[in-house]
Every structure is written in structure tokens, then in C-alpha cells.
Design a protein around this ligand. Sequence first.
Ligand code: ATP
Length: 248
Amino acid sequence: QTSDTLLDVNNIEVIYNHVILVLKGVSLTVPKGRITALLGGNGAGKTTTLKAISNLLHSERGEVTKGSISLKGKNIANRDPAEMVRNGVIQVMEGRHCFEHLTIEENLLTGAYTRTDGAGATAADLEMVYNYFPRLRERRKSQAGYTSGGEQQMCAMGRALMSRPEMILLDEPSMGLAPQLVEQIFEIVKAVNANEGVTFLLAEQNTNVALRYAHTGYILESGRVVMEGTAQELRENPDVKEFYLGMS
Ligand code: ATP
């Protein structure tokens, strides 16, 4: 762990319902200001890892039973999810989770609820979000439930940005989206990372796209990290090519 480590997950074990061992000692480091990818197939444990970090396991009867999670050197395991948001860590869940009866703009404004710096700052951030997501500006008066999957993904990401987070945990942003839209979403992640300095930890089954945008990555299989490295090292690794990139 170095001074530019934002998050350090050390050998965590997660158990659901007191019996089902899902993470079997996962360790990973997220450097500040970088994009880190958490890769692996269906059921490998990516979502569970993100939820362990943002303390969202409780509602699923899951708990971290071993290991430690620290944010800037401070232990954060088993805290309140709201405290994590105040600490600058926010999760964008798989499947988007916008409030479908609210308009896009109302959804975005709900993201600013923890802010204490006034309406002027909120208006400026709304403008920032619309600059990253021009599509959301066009759709701002539409009820979220009637917008497309891509627009809802953007809405969930924009809402997260409205809390001015230091780190976004992004779960499977590509899910169910057409390739061109996936590329657009990742371009925005890259721009937000570069311009706002937001750190990303993103879970993806789409190894190909994730390794083109992330700086470093981890591959999970059955609740264990089986490979890690810079994105370039992983892209060039023969096993990654064969099993995850679909070419040998
Ligand atoms: P996916 O892309 O399908 O979400 P994942 O890599 O994110 O995959 P997880 O969702 O973390 O994987 O699931 C890891 C394992 O934990 C799976 O075997 C899953 O069935 C199990 N699991 C997930 N949530 C629960 C739960 N609430 N109770 C019991 N088992 C669970």
C-alpha cells in the first residue's frame, strides 16, 4: 500500500446467509485517480466485492467475515452505506436503478442530497453532468421509466456524479447495451476520470472493452483473484486472450 492508494481490500471473505462462502480471500488495491477493472464471468464474485466495499451486503444477508477494507488507511468494513457516501464512495448498481416515476432531472437532483454547499453548486454540477451526458439534457423532462436502457445507465451514473464522489463503484455498465453505446459510456468514464479526477472501480464481464479503458485490472474466478496486472499486461497475457478475450 502506497500513499496514492485510495482503497485497499485485504484478503476478504464474504459469507451469505451464514453458510455460503462466496469470496474466499480477495485482495485488491485501487490507486487514487485511476480506473481499475474487476473482471470475471457470471457469478465470479464481482458484485459481491463491490457491495462489500460500499457496505451494501447487509440487506442481502451477506457479511465480511474475514480480512479488512480500508479507504485512505481508515478501516471501513461493516460501516453504514450512508457513511460511505459521505466518505466519497458511491456505487452505481447493476441494472441502473433510477427512480422510474421521476424525471431524469429529478433523478439527478436526488444525487445531490448529501451536499451542503448550496443550490448554486448543485446547479453547476447539473450543468457538468449535462455536459458529459448531452443525451440526459435532451431527456431531462422525461420520466426515467420511459427512457432507454442506455439513458437509464447514464442517469444512474449522472446521479452518482451529483454527489461529487471521490470514487465510483460501477457495476457492469455494459450490461444489455449495444456495442456503440457501451463504447460511449466508457468514453464518458474516461473523460470523468481524466477531467474530474474521479477514481473508478468497475466490474465488467466485457473484458475486451474494460481492458481498453482501465489502467489496471483483476480477474476473479469463483471468489478468488486469479490474475492481476496493468491493462496492457492482461491484454497480452495468453490465458486472458484465450479465456477472456476470445482469441488464442
Ligand atoms: P454477475 O455478473 O452474475 O453479477 P458476479 O461476478 O457479480 O456475477 P456475484 O453476484 O458477486 O457475482 O455472485 C457470486 C456468487 O454469490 C454467485 O454464486 C451467487 O449465486 C452468489 N450470491 C450472490 N448474492 C447472493 C445472496 N444474496 N445470497 C446467496 N448467494 C448469493
